[in-house]
Design a binder for this molecule. Sequence first.
Ligand SMILES: C[S@@+](CC[C@H](N)C(=O)[O-])C[C@H]1O[C@@H](n2cnc3c(N)ncnc32)[C@H](O)[C@@H]1O
Length: 242
Amino acid sequence: MNFLNRPQKTKYDKSLFESRRMIWKSGFFEPLIEEICVRIKSGPTSKNERMYILDAGCGEGSSLSSLREKISAPTTNDFLGIGMDISREGIDLASQDNTNLIWCIGDIANSPFEANQFHFILNILSPSNYAEFKRILTDDGRVIKVIPEKNYLHELRNLFYEHTDKQIYSNQKSLERFRDHFKLLDVKRIQYRITLNSTLIKPLIQMTPLSWRATDMQLQQLLDANSKTITVDLAILLGKPH
Ligand SMILES: C[S@@+](CC[C@H](N)C(=O)[O-])C[C@H]1O[C@@H](n2cnc3c(N)ncnc32)[C@H](O)[C@@H]1O
């Protein structure tokens, strides 16, 4: 389904989404999804109520499909998952191999959904529109937003942004903005290091906007490695409307 009036050209292209999918499939984000799953299972829906979940800025769909797999045990609530992204390339890939989920091309700032629909909005490493999120959440709904912490992919940041003001990242503004709009119920920081073998180094480079400003020499330096240990450092914000 396409809800955009006209196509949006973004820098998120097919190879970025294919690379993101390879990295997701390697288990790189597994601890993150486990934590998100815990928050969803203890969410606001009552037993037997169908849960409506929107993944806003879902990319190529791996986050929502991993959740679908984890939450589909017969003892937990049924859920209707919708993934929305502004990029056609992302949604094309998402719709290829997922069943029981709905994928649509749409803009977070102007979503096609009626008010008070969703029990959860996931927003993983993607832009937000909090007015819109509040409109489409149920009164007791929850937003789960994932933002980078300062050491997220810091091996890449150190290499690509050495001696620039981008070498050190702070999520303080994102956190404040979230708190302005939602009652912050919980913040969980997850940190781990994961070693990627040589076949995953190129996808790692291609999956992140951090590489967009890298020089050929910096990229080659990474590509020449046999393996690379990478830091994952993320914060999961859980909020509900004030
Ligand atoms: C870094 S990617 C994260 C994708 C996915 N959540 C993941 O973790 O793999 C950011 C995503 O936000 C999407 N995006 C950017 N602006 C958007 C908007 N206004 N509406 C919907 N999606 C948007 C991009 O197309 C891209 O897929």
